[in-house]
Design a protein around this ligand. Sequence first.
Ligand SMILES: C[S@@+](CC[C@H](N)C(=O)[O-])C[C@H]1O[C@@H](n2cnc3c(N)ncnc32)[C@H](O)[C@@H]1O
Length: 305
Amino acid sequence: MSHESIIQLMIDKGYSDLVGGGDPRDNGELNLAILNKYYSLNENSSVLDYGCGCGRLALPLLEQMQGAGKYVGIDIIPDLIDFCISEISTIYSNSQFIRVDAQNSHYSKWLNNIRSNDYNLAHLAETECQSYSLITAFSVFTHMPKREMALNLNLLSNLLQPNGKIILSMFLINSFTHSCIESGISMISFNRNSFKLNQHIFYADQKDPMAAVGVTEDFLFDIASESGLTVTDIHYGRWRGRPSELSFQDVVVLGKAAHLPDNFNAKRYLDMNSDLPWSPESPSGLLDAKLHYLHHGYYEGRRSK
Ligand SMILES: C[S@@+](CC[C@H](N)C(=O)[O-])C[C@H]1O[C@@H](n2cnc3c(N)ncnc32)[C@H](O)[C@@H]1O
């Protein structure tokens, strides 16, 4: 089936509206452009698309990947994952879609079809620790309570390789955003009481709080550092009522610096990875082993050549 037909099916089945509406083609292309701005895809890239929805990003991204590397999409809604498996995995053999188990009040009516073999993110973080060079989460941290954001970012950090990146889109509240909301120019009116109460989380709709969630920039910096991540870029979005050529939501890029574990043993690393050409007897060989680990390693095992 062509991309055009899959996109038409997303619209006809109501999945495009379920994940935010608009033209799914434009949305996918836009998020791909954001990905390409901050990350250089290559044939070794392994991408985890957290909250992949109905595959709006997956389609153009997999086309760009041209069969190389690996793409995994995960989401909590069984119907969306089933759709991606039947329409997208069948065309792109380097793609995989997995349903993960989590509750979400905004999507609750779509979550009644839960199966027994479902994973949750914690399980995935354990079995696929440090497997991904890039994790995207477009408009997913906009639908979660604070505690879950902290927990899930931590698990995503476990899934990320050293030197990997996480690209998120979300609604960030700082003093400027606050003034945009107060003066009524912002396109989303987050609850002003949250400012008065000095809370870090903001809802646009009190009756459906998970429909659109904003958090303070301080909170983002805190949960990033608690997860071993550094905020390397923030690009503010149009939702504040100010122009932005990039996107409606704010885009946040997080990096995971590589470091050698305290107990790293370069000789053992070379012994365990016998295809590496360096001698464990020479100082330069041990140095090369350390550099190799920083780019590819996972303790003494490793994820890529
Ligand atoms: C606004 S949609 C965006 C979908 C997709 N990223 C896109 O841009 O097309 C939010 C998605 O996040 C998913 N989601 C919400 N909470 C989640 C969680 N805890 N884990 C994984 N996915 C989640 C929802 O099911 C939904 O598909």
